[in-house]
Design a protein around this ligand. Structure first.
Ligand code: SF4
Length: 321
């Protein structure tokens, strides 16, 4: 099946080859893996300061219907995944593709959920129509984001309306509200919010507090075929589905450092290559993100894509041993 669409050509060629390898293997080594979150679009209807990637209306990269079909087949072939979720960016910016994803996932026997910021809600009648359509397509639950940053772009009344409509229709839905103390300072949040947060010494961050890097139960999959352990930290690039079958946390050059000594160990490794290790960071993710951002040029397969690291290009020249 040719993979066509918005992702870059080189990535797609490699992805196609990688999927072929996985098909041949028909097995996944990550037995803990039970769910895959599809980053349907990097585009978003908002551009929040606390975003842990760099979602924006100015981004246009996202999956095609052909990619969705191919990825869903792969997810099933992995053998351990029972749940998938549609997110982004904002997955409702490509509503027809979202429906295609839901139907395809349901047809393959997968439980399917979605996340949204409710920006698309124009009226109760329209929300009722869409919720009915989404449920018929197979949607089993919906998470709705709203907080002080989302509300700068999206009126909370849209969220309230959507949650009321879901309740009336019998669709499980929950309000997802991030508070400042819950912000993870990576992606745009590292740039926009971390400078105003209190800091702790870099040496305090000796473990990843959020992700099960050695045995993940959930991965994110994007339009480049990258499987993300954490946003911007990948199993591999292009042939990342094949990388999933071969994943060895102890051999992954970034993950093994995070497992050994958390973001501080990663930052010390980066410092050996010229990274300017500051005295204090807002949280573990802030230190991890800054070190990864610095290391990108040396590990482009594992640290990317640009949509996770903003508009600043990786350092120009790869590190020379
Ligand atoms: S940014 Fe680093 S420390 Fe934070 S959750 Fe991701 S891998 Fe863990």
């Amino acid at each position: 099946m040719p993979l066509r669409g918005r992702a870059r050509d080189g990535d797609q060629t490699a992805l196609h080859e990688g999927l072929g390898q996985v098909k041949a293997k028909k097995a996944v080594v990550i037995q803990s893996l039970t769910s895959i979150h599809f980053l349907i679009a990097y585009a978003c209807s908002a551009e929040c300061d606390h975003c842990f990637m760099w979602g924006s209306p100015r981004r246009h990269s996202g999956m095609t219907a052909a990619q969705v079909d191919g990825f869903l087949d792969q997810v099933v072939s992995l053998g351990t995944v029972t749940r998938v979720c549609a997110e982004g960016g904002e997955c409702f910016v490509h509503y027809d593709l979202l429906l295609h994803f839901l139907r395809g996932a349901a047809r393959r026997g997968l439980s399917v959920s979605a996340l949204t910021n409710a920006s698309w809600v124009r009226s109760r009648a329209q929300a009722e129509e869409r919720v009915a359509e989404l449920m018929a397509a197979g949607l089993s639950s919906l998470g709705v984001s709203t907080d002080e940053w989302h509300r700068k772009a999206i009126p909370v009344e849209r969220v309230d309306t959507l949650l009321e409509v879901c309740a009336a229709a019998g669709l499980a839905a929950n309000r997802m509200e991030t508070r400042l103390e819950g912000v993870m300072f990576r992606g745009r949040a590292a740039e926009r919010l971390a400078p105003f947060a209190p800091t702790r010494p870099a040496g305090a961050f000796t473990a990843c507090p959020h992700e099960k890097l050695a045995a993940p139960s959930r991965l994110h999959l994007d339009c480049y075929g990258r499987l993300h352990l954490c946003q911007g930290l990948c199993l591999g690039a292009g042939d990342s589905a094949a990388s999933c079958a071969a994943y060895d946390a102890a051999a992954h050059p970034i993950v093994r450092l995070l497992l050994d000594g958390g973001p501080h160990a990663l930052a010390r490794f980066a410092a050996g290559r010229g990274f300017d290790l500051q005295a204090g960071y807002a949280d573990a993710c802030h230190l991890c993100y800054r070190a990864r951002e610095f290391l990108r040029a040396d590990f482009l397969d594992l640290l990317g894509p640009d949509e996770m690291y903003g508009d600043r290009p990786p350092r120009c020249a790869p590190h020379q041993e």
